[in-house]
Design a protein around this ligand. Structure first.
Ligand code: ADP
Length: 189
């Protein structure tokens, strides 16, 4: 299965992506994780991305698209993958469509995790205390939510029109959300 998981920051995408990918025996590919690892290693990509991430802005498409193109050229994605955090803009959708079309494939399903705004803000503030991510301050969280609403939320309608969108509530314990997601993905097949 070729999957994408979508939802606002704090919806639990990363957590669910890891568990669901493991269940389906496919790799989870998180652009946020790849960027953070690049920042930690001090690579050129990391240096270029850091300022945008710390401000809650999207890293420019030129950097992001190339990184994803390289990742999707690796062998382990041949049997499927779960993308987390990409695409996030219409331009990225077009690039991903192109990459997949070259291989005569496409996204099978897009899983949307829905969570109320107040809930995601409080989750992210809680996470800030535990993980200390530099983009989990209140101002930056609000900016990330704004950018999501402006640039990424419109992608949901696009995928709904393509008939691949599957929506589940991201509320409640992690295991319950996973069950909901797995059942929804299964019955959508
Ligand atoms: P969240 O969904 O909680 O904002 P992520 O870990 O997915 O967290 O992303 C963290 C940051 O990494 C984003 O705010 C953005 O700066 C950058 N990023 C991740 N994916 C993309 C993408 N597809 N396009 C542009 N920037 C991205």
């Amino acid at each position: 299965m070729r999957l994408l998981i979508m939802g606002p920051p704090g919806a639990g995408k990363g957590t669910q992506a890891a568990v669901i990918a493991e269940r389906l025996s496919i790799p989870a590919i998180s652009t946020g994780d790849i960027f953070r690892a690049s920042v930690a290693r001090g690579t050129r990509l990391g240096l270029q991305a850091k300022g945008f991430m710390d401000a809650g802005e999207y890293v420019p498409d030129s950097l992001t698209n190339e990184m994803v193109r390289e990742r999707l050229a690796e062998d382990d994605v041949r049997g499927g993958f779960l993308l987390d955090g990409y695409p996030r803009t219409l331009a990225q959708v077009e690039v991903l469509d192109g990459i997949l079309a070259q291989r005569h494939t496409k996204l099978d399903r897009v899983l949307q995790l829905s969570v109320e705004v107040e809930e995601v803000v409080s989750r992210l503030l809680r996470r800030a205390e535990v993980e200390g991510r530099t983009d989990d301050t209140e101002d930056v969280i609000r900016r990330r939510l704004e950018v999501y609403a402006e640039q990424t939320a419109p992608l949901l309608e696009l995928y709904a029109n393509r008939g691949v969108l599957v929506q589940v509530s991201g509320d409640g314990p992690v295991e319950e959300v996973t069950e909901r997601a797995v059942v929804a993905l299964d019955s959508a097949r």
